[in-house]
Each structure stands twice: as C-alpha cells, then as structure tokens.
Write a protein that binds this ligand. Structure first.
Ligand SMILES: [Zn+2]
Length: 130
C-alpha cells in the first residue's frame, strides 16, 4: 500500500524524537562512565562535590562527543571556571594530557563523522557498567 504524503511529516518527527532520546541516553551514560573512571572526583581540585563530565574539545563536535579520551571529571565550580576561560582550559589540558593528545582530539573533532552510530555508542557505554 502506498503511504499517504500527509503522514510523512509525522513519521519524520517521531523518528527525530527517538533520535533525540537516544542521544540524551548516550550523553547520560557517557557522563556517568567518565565520572566513574575518574573516581567521581574533580581532576583539577580533587573535590568530590558536584562531579560533572567536562569535554576537552567542545561536545558540539559529534566525532569526539562520546570519546572517553575527550572528557574528564570536574567539579561544578572548576567546570564553570574553565567554561568561561577557554585559554586557561587549553593550558590546563595541555599541561595535564600533553600537547599531542590535545592536537589529536582537535584533529578528530574537525574531521567530523558522516553519521553517528548512537545505538552502537549506547551499547558500548552500557557494557561499561558490568
Ligand atoms: Zn574542582
């Protein structure tokens, strides 16, 4: 049976909603995995209050958004401080992880990805719980 054209919009928007939900799930799992790896403590000041997942290269770039080597646990205070001072953040990252890793992350982020395998990312991150 032919699909009526008026249904098309609905189908697309439902698919987009599912995609957004999946992306949120990937973000949640990723954040938990990063904080778990870093013992739920701020890698800058050591505080265990309000641990957050901070991206080294902005999470705007899908290619590195869910890469474990592109994130670190920071407390809310340090996260906020670095978010507002990008140059201090770059200095901190290079001092802590080295210039090579930072350049590699930037390179991968810029290269981008044709499509993001959200199902695969979620599956991989869910495996980390066990
Ligand atoms: Zn801190």
């Amino acid at each position: 049976m032919k699909r009526k054209s008026q249904n098309k919009g609905k189908r697309t928007s439902r698919r987009r909603k599912t995609r957004t939900a999946l992306r949120n799930k990937a973000d949640r799992l990723f954040s938990a995995a990063v904080r778990e790896r870093d013992d739920w403590a701020c890698r800058n000041c050591g505080s265990v209050r309000t641990p957050q997942c901070a991206h080294i290269v902005s999470r705007r770039y899908n290619a590195t958004r869910w890469s474990m080597d592109n994130a670190v646990c920071l407390c809310q205070r340090c996260h906020m401080k670095f978010t507002h001072d990008v140059l201090a953040w770059e200095d901190w990252v290079v001092e802590r992880f080295g210039e090579e890793r930072y350049q590699d992350l930037k390179f991968r982020a810029r290269q981008g990805v044709a499509s993001v395998d959200l199902e695969g990312i979620v599956k991989m991150l869910e495996g980390k719980d066990e």
